[in-house]
Design a protein around this ligand. Structure first.
Ligand SMILES: [Zn+2]
Ligand SMILES: [Zn+2]
Length: 458
């Protein structure tokens, strides 16, 4: 069995992995780098050479996993594309949004190679996707696998607990079982239920390591963290300000809405207006549509109906003042320049009565990461086209990551005890921490950090 890491560096980039087994060639995920631009934002597809792919299997719809799928599909017109049903719905909306973002970047930044694909290509791409239910093995010919199928290769999606539709990918081939975690969470969130990953029978595990560099605080529980958030919202409102939460449109927005619903139900907080972005509305509609038919918590909760959020978009954001007693849960989560959260931050940054609450992961080099690390009074620049501003508003941080804690990753891998463990989807310090732990705890297993672009035998 052959494996190539098609990311350009050991990092959370354009996550894409090549596998060859039982005479079949396929790729797991085809992401877009969240920080790089142009060619550098693509996976290293040149490494594939003239290999013809039988299939592309997508774990979930975050752009670092699906963002350049139309580009790879253009180069591999005969490959079949597989993902879960919810991922197909979400992915199509996110790819169209990505075309809009790239088109704006072409106009504003003169990026001539943008957009990397067009709306028409995104449409044509999603027409070719084949959506598959969880826990039903299928073949790369797109047929339901027969039990005890000998010698062939089968693929099965299992719930990954990360965001709606997210799957781990279980591959059986050549008498062995390979399991790709995608992005995983082993603990319940507020809406999304914990992963239901296999706990035995895996020979090769390809594992994400996003949080390998961040230890869980002593005594941490999600319930206590939710209470801490409710109290902080109360305090922020009583100061006479509003709260900005930079959130991802997919996942964190719906978790925040779910938490606010719980706070109201438990009488921790009263009613107050909530604002979200247009793309987040689309994502939340999909969550609501799938509420009763996916494995999740609060299955009867219809978020849009219950919380009735107001909607801001690229135009209305410019004349929306920051008003007291409101929550603005706006994307992007990383506060990328020109996004709603970045624009709104400039409106609240210098006002001591307003607050910014960070509720999830932010890359340290992103504007959100820079702001997280800033001290009161520091001059911060979150968009090079705009003047720097002094930080005078309140900043608070909470831990509601959609990714597995590093402690839960180690627990899971120890229980599974695969013969080979391939560590991916983490920055160098994160990957190294997980590697060091596993080498010590599982002396019988081989722990591999796959060099980018190098073909290896698994
Ligand atoms: Zn993800
Ligand atoms: Zn990811």
């Amino acid at each position: 069995m052959k494996f190539i890491n098609l990311t350009r560096r050991t990092e959370i980039g354009a996550n894409t992995y090549y596998l060859e087994a039982a005479g079949q060639r396929f790729v797991l995920d085809c992401g877009m780098h969240p920080k790089e631009e142009g060619e550098e934002s693509l996976p290293n597809l040149q490494v594939l050479g003239d290999r013809k792919l039988n299939a592309i299997v997508v774990s979930h719809a975050h752009l670092d996993h699906i963002g350049t799928l139309p580009v790879l599909m253009r180069r591999q017109p005969n490959a079949r594309i597989f993902m879960t049903e919810a991922t197909a719905e979400i992915g199509s909306a996110l790819l169209h949004n990505s075309v809009n973002v790239m088109t704006r970047q072409r106009e504003e930044l003169g990026m001539v190679m943008y957009p990397l694909f067009t709306h028409r290509e995104a449409d044509r791409a999603s027409d070719r996707w084949q959506s598959c239910p969880f826990r039903q093995p299928f073949t790369l010919a797109g047929e339901r696998a027969q039990p005890q199928e000998e010698g062939g290769l089968t693929v099965e999606f299992v719930e990954a607990g990360h965001v709606l539709g997210a799957a781990g990918v279980l591959i059986r081939a050549e008498g062995r079982t390979i399991f790709y975690s995608g992005d995983v969470n082993f603990d319940d969130q507020t809406v999304t239920q914990a992963a239901a990953f296999p706990e035995s029978g895996v020979d090769v595990l390809i594992m994400e390591t996003t949080r390998g560099d961040s230890p869980l605080p002593e005594g941490f529980t999600r319930a206590a963290e939710e209470r801490r958030l409710a109290e902080a919202i109360e305090r922020a409102f009583s100061r006479g300000g509003c709260i900005l939460m930079p959130v991802f449109a997919l996942g964190k927005t719906q978790e925040v809405l779910g938490m606010i619903y719980k706070f109201r139900r438990e009488k921790l907080l009263g009613e107050f207006p909530i604002y979200i972005g247009g793309l987040s509305v689309k994502m939340t509609e999909i969550y609501d549509r799938w509420a009763m038919t996916t494995r999740r918590l609060l299955p009867r909760l219809q978020l849009l109906e219950e919380l009735a959020p107001f909607v801001l978009n690229g135009q209305t954001i410019h004349d929306s003042p920051a008003r007291a007693g409101r929550i603005y849960a706006l994307s992007s989560g990383m506060m990328t320049p020109k996004t709603l959260s970045n624009i709104f931050t400039r409106r609240v940054l210098e006002s001591p009565e307003h607050s910014i609450f960070f509720v999830g992961f932010a890359d340290p080099e992103s504007p959100a990461g820079i702001l997280k690390a800033a001290k009161p009074g520091d001059l911060v620049s979150l968009d090079l086209d705009e003047p720097a501003q002094p930080l005078r508003c309140q900043i608070e941080q909470f831990q509601f990551s959609a990714h597995a804690s590093r402690e839960s990753i180690i627990r899971y891998v120890k229980k599974l005890a695969p013969k080979k463990i391939v560590l991916v989807h983490g920055d160098l310090p994160a990957v190294h921490w997980v590697r060091t732990q596993l080498v010590a705890e599982l002396p019988g297993s081989e722990v591999i950090v796959p060099a980018p672009g190098v073909e290896m035998e698994l």
